[in-house]
Design a protein around this ligand. Sequence first.
Ligand code: ADP
Length: 317
Amino acid sequence: MDLPDYAIEAKGLVKTYAATKTTPEMRALKGLDLAIPRGSIFGLLGPNGAGKSTFINILAGLCRKSAGTVTIWGRDIDERPRDARAAIGVVPQEIAADPFFTPAESLEVAAGMYAVPKAERRTAELLKALGLADKANAYVRQLSGGMKRRLMVAKAMVHNPPVLILDEPTAGVDVELRRQLWAYVLELNRKGVTIVLTTHYLEEAQELCDQIAIINRGQVVACEPTTTLLSRMDTRKVLVTPESPVTAAPALAGFETALTPAGGFSVSYRTGQSSVEHVLAAINAAGVHIKDISTEDPDLEDVFVSLTYAAEQKADA
Ligand code: ADP
């Protein structure tokens, strides 16, 4: 069988949550287009409320899309819902382990739900891979939070899906466990599993993902190789408090300036092209006396804002 180029492909995906007595109608996805290459570790990055979980819930069959098409492993989720779902394993954000099963039982039940024949079940192998072999017969309620989360990953893999989706896998997870999870994820990827993970931590995406899509307000505002995306983030800001407050930011040749509260201003520069030293020289040349300065690194929020702004400009043009 030919393997699909894209593990997941969404076109014009729309999700509208109906209004309730207390909440207005919510358009969580507004025509999302996304193509996730087979074999990649793909990050879905975006602020809270961007629509990441909605997208994943649609993939997992937990939420009905309002419009658009989605294929998983080349299988349309409307035309072949079962086949599409069989191609993914989803590790949900919340830990939802049955307290009355042991990890081994829990995996057997999950495998049963996917109709995996007994002879093909990999319960022991999965428990071992996730460091749970010695807890195989403990009650789930006796496991630590980290162990429960690893069990969720094992459960998502019982049917050996070619695509694994992790929704905020390391929210509230300690460093040690994070490392273990990453090691396992990387190993799965090496074996050919396509990994999709959502996060609102840039660092996490940066470390693991070869490609990142930034989602904001239900749309993809950027989708690029991680290295390309990071190179956009080389803007630094110098915040200046002048001796006497200004009413307009001074024009400095080669720099972008903006007025800040209380009569100060900011100067942006790109690390590859300039330096704080050049900024100070320019301020000096403009005849501004500095009382205080500080610098600010760009955070993801800045990147979202600038990418979203760029996307809106393009849409308007
Ligand atoms: P993210 O995972 O990126 O934080 P979500 O997909 O959870 O974003 O949410 C996207 C938007 O849809 C948010 O404004 C959220 O409040 C809204 N939303 C999510 N789930 C529901 C729901 N079941 N009913 C109504 N609105 C929802």
